[in-house]
Design a protein around this ligand. Sequence first.
Ligand SMILES: [Zn+2]
Length: 203
Amino acid sequence: MSILSNIAIRYPKLFCNGLTRVEDRVKTLYLTFDDGPNMKVTNTVLDILRKYNAKASFFCKGSNAVMYPKVFQQIFDDGHTIGNHSFSHLNAFKVSGKVWIKDVLAQSPVRDSYFFRPPYGRIYPWQCKRLKRFYQIVLWDVLTYDFREDITVKKIKKIIKKKVREGSIIVFHDTILAAPRMLPALEWMLEHYTKKGYKFERL
Ligand SMILES: [Zn+2]
């Protein structure tokens, strides 16, 4: 592996110059949900967001949007932003570059979004450059690690409290695997920061 790709792996933010935080927004937070939609979790996320009058951004897999059109439509109808998270969630460092780009741009209900987030946050500089013609690339400044089965909700809250700043872009996962941690952490986060006077907006 070249030095360049090694650095790209460690510092995708430097390479891609993707959006990691909306700096000029006062008392505003940007929740993002990756890898959905699905039949088991997405509607619960939407109910929780509605309860707090919060807007968010959903980086959906094209294949899931095709498989679950009704719940996909519901995200849209609730006024949230939809972003492209590729068709089948390939890892840019594990497949050929062309295959990866083809998957990102595959025909699907998410392809024509304004935003794109690379699966696993992994992208090579040349891929980034190419995709910037089509998308605003969105990364994050707060990763909750809700996808890890060995992390507790308590630990997630600690990460959030430590890392969240004004204009932060926070990553949760709209998946069955993450739901046992993501749902309670989300509910807590909305409660906690709403009380502090924060608004939750879509990108
Ligand atoms: Zn993902």
